[in-house]
Design a protein around this ligand. Structure first.
Ligand SMILES: O=P(O)(O)OC[C@H]1O[C@](O)(CO)[C@@H](O)[C@@H]1O
Length: 410
């Protein structure tokens, strides 16, 4: 925090032609978050009461370094938005201070290369495509601009492809195909699926509302996908969603994004729009997926939610009743990324062999975590895996962003 938050303030300051008032507010925030104490929100702040119930009354007056890390980080982003006039009123209202960085990534050569790689996936057996898209979504989590700010070497370090935990078979079992006769997970395709591409069209999936998910194999259940970063993570998330809908593995996808810019690159509704526009404008297979996702938004089979709790400084165990009801009704909730993992299992230094099922027992329905490891929090490892990681790397495997996991509690 001592290094990353000043660096973020500097980058935002340089990215926009802000006027003197905003520069002064940024100066004040820099001073406050490095040397000062947590200050309450102004009386007129629309979310003041919410933050008070989230702990502001208890933490105001304390050093930023003296309260839970998750809380401090979340409040920093909230205060940064205040400093740049995001909550208005005024000319900078609603202007995402991280947008230039997100757009640069969306336009990067690497993003285009990843989209081109989709073409080679077309025509591959459907189970291979499903696995590739799941792994694309998983490893897309390396694309995290906030993390890279304080760890510039992160992107250059090679990913270790063997996962530290892999419950993907359980994940697939929670997303059964609509017609089990045409496709088996083992990779044998029979009947109409043989040789077809992903282009089967999302419209074939039955639209259902949140609350009708059953996970019984009808392919009509709801998948909640709790997104993390925009750009190079959100695009593969959307492509995975397109595949699951097209193959009747769920009838509806609800994409949970942040209600406002957060942790630099976290996805908001505007970023979903940018990602879909990027897909539809791309050459090759990507455009078709983009168009079908666009149509899925129109017919409701793909929905976006921006719940205030998605940017709360609290663990998911403290989720409000309406969100709990949504997750309870879903066939599966996929939770993306490192921060969401910290919120899912609790932001604690767990013994790494603590069962994932135990720490997520409170979650109201089946839940899967797809995450690259960027913080000390880890659960659900078997003792042999942990010992091998420690022998090879000391404790660096926990935070380097080179390892990944798929963990599921059904
Ligand atoms: O985008 P992700 O995967 O949630 O990563 C964010 C994580 O990176 C960090 O910035 C790195 O420590 C953490 O604050 C946070 O858990």
């Amino acid at each position: 925090m001592a290094e990353r938050h000043p660096a973020i303030i500097q980058q935002v300051r340089e990215a926009f032609p802000y006027g003197p008032d905003i520069h002064r507010s940024l100066d004040a925030l820099l001073d406050n978050c490095t040397k000062g104490v947590i200050e309450p929100l102004s009386a007129g702040a629309p979310d003041r009461d919410r933050w008070r119930t989230w702990g502001l009354d208890a933490y105001a007056g304390r050093s930023w370094f003296d309260v839970p890390w998750l809380w401090s980080e979340s409040y920093f982003y909230r205060q940064l938005l205040d400093a740049v006039g995001y909550f208005g009123p005024g000319p900078w209202q609603g202007i995402d201070p991280f947008r230039p960085f997100k757009l640069a990534e969306l336009e990067a050569t690497e993003t285009d290369e990843e989209l081109t790689a989709l073409d080679t996936l077309e025509g591959r057996p459907v189970d291979e495509r499903a696995r590739a898209l799941l792994h694309g979504s998983l490893w897309g989590n390396r694309a995290d601009l906030g993390f890279r700010l304080s760890d510039v070497e992160a992107e250059k370090r090679a990913a270790v492809s063997g996962l530290v935990a892999d419950d993907s078979e359980t994940l697939w079992s929670l997303l059964p195909t609509a017609d089990a006769d045409t496709y088996t997970e083992a990779g044998t395709e029979t009947g109409s699926e043989t040789g077809t591409s992903i282009d089967t069209g999302v419209g074939t999936a039955t639209a259902t509302g949140v609350g009708t998910g059953t996970g019984t194999g009808t392919g009509t259940g709801t998948l909640c996908l709790v997104a993390d970063n925009a750009g190079r993570e959100l695009i593969p998330d959307l492509l995975l969603a397109a595949h699951l809908l097209a193959h009747g593995r769920c009838g509806r996808v609800v994409l949970h994004v942040k209600p406002y810019p957060y942790y630099v690159s976290d996805a908001t509704t505007a970023d979903v729009v940018d990602a879909l526009r990027k897909l539809t404008a791309a050459p090759g297979a990507a455009a078709g997926h983009g168009r079908r996702l666009w149509a899925a938004m129109a017919d409701g089979t793909l929905a976006v939610r921006a719940h205030p709790f998605s940017a709360a400084p609290l663990p998911y165990a403290a989720m409000p009743d309406d969100l709990r009801a949504e997750f309870a009704a879903a066939s599966l909730t996929i939770v993306k990324g490192d921060l969401n993992y910290r919120r899912l299992v609790g932001d604690s230094r767990w013994n790494p062999t603590t069962p994932f099922a135990d720490v997520t027992a409170y979650f109201p329905g089946p839940v899967a975590a797809l995450r690259t490891l960027k913080s000390d929090v880890i659960t659900g490892l078997d003792a042999g895996t942990e010992a091998a990681l420690v022998a090879a790397e000391g404790q660096r495997w926990r935070t380097g962003g080179t390892h990944a996991l798929i963990q599921v509690r059904d």
